[in-house]
Write a protein that binds this ligand. Sequence first.
Ligand SMILES: [Zn+2]
Ligand SMILES: [Zn+2]
Length: 160
Amino acid sequence: MPQFFLGEEFLLATQLLVAFIGAYFMAFWLGLVFWTYKDIKARSRDAITHLLAVVLVVLFNLPGLLLYMLLRPQETLAERYERSLEEEAILHELDQRKLACPNCKRATQEDFLICPHCRIPLKRACPGCGRALNMAWRACPYCTAPVAGEEAPLQPVQTA
Ligand SMILES: [Zn+2]
Ligand SMILES: [Zn+2]
């Protein structure tokens, strides 16, 4: 009789252990799926991509996760956004540099005739329409007025 009792207890313990291990792997598996879902959502806006990534891990578990890590987009959306901001800032800076005074390097604007800081001539006014023209141009592209051929002096005025 005690023998039988022991056997039943052993069986119960084994069942508990199996249930425990099963629950553990279930939780682990769910954790992986959840992590993958969060990760792909941070990397892609595409619902199909979300679904594919989750299905991959649901079906193949850990190997699926490894495969996902190999295939997932390199950058998160936040990283991509940050990079685009950086690129924009660089472009903006290049634009600024293009408009910088060749003499004092300070910021000027497209239609400035002289640099407001060091007074070096930057453009000349069209005699026809008054727009700011490139020093090298021989005619105004806006009103077709011919521009006098003589080069404007490029002597910077020193400001102490
Ligand atoms: Zn200047
Ligand atoms: Zn003109």
